[in-house]
Design a protein around this ligand. Structure first.
Ligand SMILES: Cc1ncc(C[n+]2csc(CCOP(=O)(O)OP(=O)(O)O)c2C)c(N)n1
Length: 655
């Protein structure tokens, strides 16, 4: 096999030894590595392919890690990983123990910030620029942000502040006109106008041509061109939004032409003010299937490179488009459509994730009652509050991890007003390969703290249907429903035994009422929702060891069915709570708060939950097992507690 340029690139110094004319070939080689790796490991393909030349250009012109580069979301930064010393273990991307799918400050000094959530980069970069100036240093600070992420509230707040502080920093707007689906919103239209305005583009080309012809004098050329440019822009560009905010705007340039990227960067990187460089790239660039269907290849599980076909539904992508026959997301998407046909007051809101949340079907059938607010979770909740205030029935579908953005809006705009907003928290629990930025493990705690809100978790798709019907007809305040990614049958074991779903006929949903899944006399296991399938399986393992468990599905995380739980504890004297959420302030804590003054002193209690730490990425089943939430591990924990408890003997004899 012929030697590749990439074979000799082991550091950024090696990159800089190449001539600009060699870089298109390098870009091609990097693309091949990304495509082949993601085809096997799953990952964020289309965004990463689109950003290859931009990343090469940035590293060619800057001096990382001294110069600081912050990647917004970070899903586009695979080429950055490959160029900054991680080429040889890139094949481990997203795998258990392997490279993270996002920038990770613990993985490399070139990843200045651990990221995964959108719209944060400009704030971080501005903070770093301010720190640099206070310390009288002179490195460069760059934020690279996508067009959809730029529409997030935090990014707009940061632009506002940056223009005011007037720090030297460069914001590179990587505009591919796409979020996961097409970008939405007025800002996106505005950017599109800039790109497509023919008269303005012609002038831009002339200005660029001028700069490119005299690169060594580019700095001066820009200055002299600027006055002319500014006058023309005032005339021709509607708004001049960025300039009005205090940025000097350059672009749009072709971000997939590495020479253009480098020539432009060389000129703008030394200017002293906040600069916004508008770079236009093609999402999915260089891989036909991804260019044609960028939304399908935004986040993918493993696929066949030659056909573009999915190989498996294995990877736990945040936004992977493959729907299984029956899973929580699909159950929700189908059910809400069915309900909305009969109830015209139902409206649905997504924050840039119609497909991922299952709302795409609703969007197609009820376009007027569907709102994609863009990557703006805070606004999504405030907007829902307004709709609810006027008597509509808004449903907000946002992944557990991204709804964290809306903590104050849940408090102030919804719970405090006691409005009938229904929150659908998909991807609750461990999501797997996307890792700590994406695990939805805090929602039990952050939701149940607020007065007025009801919080529930279904144990399977059928129960999700029932809960959704109940929630939409409940008119006494907000409701949150949490459920994991995928199908309920998958959430039963650590792949060590046959999946088991409780098949007991279900009682109708009733506020604060749980259900008894299995009667027993030795031990009470309580969880809410899908984890009760795992608990049930653990109870079978325990039965083999002579421990007879009573298993309760509380259904409601708030209000908790204290009567049902107390009734069981009084019988067994031993309580184990199980939840796929962080231990602090979780479901188990909620149970303890309620029973603490009701139980006698001879009781064994153990909360089984995720530890107080950020959980790494990896295969979900392995993580569950590692952190004690597989049915086997739950069994082992219960057995250990029973065996080691001095009170056990007494308790067993108590009745
Ligand atoms: C706060 C937040 N909301 C939602 C997401 C899910 N998400 C990941 S990438 C993405 C689209 C990003 O679009 P853009 O910024 O334009 O970058 P591109 O992928 O097009 O390069 C979304 C919605 C997220 N990571 N963070």
């Amino acid at each position: 096999m012929a030697e590749r340029l990439l074979d000799n690139i082991n550091s950024l110094l090696d990159l800089k030894k190449l001539g600009v004319n060699q870089l298109p070939d390098l870009a091609q080689e990097i693309r091949e590595v990304i495509i082949n790796t993601v085809a096997s490991s799953g990952g964020h393909l289309a965004s990463s392919l689109g950003a290859v030349e931009l990343i090469i250009g940035v590293h060619y012109c800057l001096n990382a890690p001294e110069d600081v580069i912050i990647w917004d979301v970070g899903h586009q930064a695979y080429a950055h990983k490959i160029l900054t010393g991680r080429k040889n273990n890139f094949a481990t991307l997203r795998k258990t123990g392997g490279l993270s799918g996002f920038p990770n400050k613990y993985e490399s000094e070139y990843d200045v910030f651990t990221t995964g959530h959108g719209s944060t980069s400009i704030s971080t970069a501005l903070g770093i620029a301010a720190a640099r100036d206070l310390e009288q240093k002179d490195y460069k600070v760059v934020a690279v942000i996508g067009d959809a992420s730029l529409g997030g509230g935090m990014a707009l707040e940061a632009l506002n502040h940056a223009g005011h502080l007037h720090k030297n920093m460069l914001v590179i707007l990587n505009d591919n006109k796409m979020s996961i689906s097409r970008s939405v919103g007025a800002l996106s239209k505005y950017l599109n106008r800039i790109i497509t305005a023919p008269a303005y583009n012609k002038i831009k080309k002339d200005v660029e041509g001028l700069l490119l012809r005299i690169p060594r004098f580019g700095f001066r050329a820009i200055r002299s061109a600027r006055r002319l440019e500014e006058g023309l822009k005032n005339l021709l560009v509607p708004g001049m939004l960025f300039e009005e905010l205090g940025f000097r705007y350059f672009g749009p340039i072709d971000g997939n032409d590495v020479a253009t990227v480098i020539n432009t960067l060389k000129n703008v990187v030394n200017l002293s003010s906040p600069i916004l460089l508008h770079v236009v790239t093609k999402k999915g660039k260089g891989y036909g299937f991804a260019e044609k269907g960028p939304e399908k290849f935004h986040g993918v599980s493993s696929f066949n490179v030659n056909t573009g076909e999915k190989m498996a539904i294995a990877a736990n992508m945040e936004d992977e488009d493959v729907k299984q026959e029956k899973d929580f997301t699909k159950a929700f998407g189908d059910k809400i459509v069915e309900m909305a046909k009969d109830d015209k007051r139902i409206v649905a809101i997504t924050a840039a994730m119609p497909e991922g949340t299952g709302l795409d079907k609703f969007a197609n059938i009820f376009p007027d009652r569907f709102f994609d607010v863009g990557m703006a979770e805070q606004h999504a909740v405030g907007f829902a509050a307004g709709l609810a205030r006027k008597g509509l029935k808004p449903l907000v579908a946002i992944y557990s991890t991204f709804l964290q953005r809306s903590y104050d809006q849940i408090f102030h705009d919804v719970c405090l007003q006691n409005l009938n907003v229904v929150f659908m928290l998909d991807r609750s629990g461990l999501v797997g390969e996307d890792g700590p930025t994406h695990h939805g493990v805090f929602d039990i705690s952050y939701i149940r703290n607020f007065p007025n809100i009801v919080s529930m978790a279904p144990r399977d798709e059928e129960e999700l249907d029932d809960m959704l019907s109940w929630a939409m007809s409940y008119d006494k305040g907000p409701v949150a429903i949490r459920y994991p990614r995928g199908a309920s049958y998958k959430y039963c074991s650590s792949e060590v035994s046959t999946p088991k779903i409780a098949d007991k006929s279900k009682a109708p949903i009733s506020l604060g009422k749980g259900e008894l899944l299995k009667q027993g006399k030795d031990v009470t296991i309580v969880s809410a929702g899908y984890m009760s399938n795992v608990a049930l399986e653990a109870s079978e393992f325990l039965a083999n060891e002579g421990v007879d468990c009573e298993v309760v599905n509380a259904r409601f995380i708030k209000p908790i069915d204290v009567d049902l739980i107390m009734g069981s504890i009084l019988k067994t004297g031993k309580l184990f709570t199980v939840e796929e959420g962080v231990i602090g302030g979780g479901f188990g804590s909620g149970v303890l708060e309620l029973i603490i003054d009701k139980v006698g002193k001879h009781i064994i209690i153990k909360n089984i939950a995720l530890p107080d730490k950020f959980i790494e990425h990896g295969k979900r089943a392995l993580l569950l097992d590692k952190y004690g939430l597989s049915s086997q591990k739950i069994k082992e924990t219960i057995k250990k507690v029973l065996d080691s408890s001095p009170a056990a003997e007494r308790l067993n004899n108590m009745s």
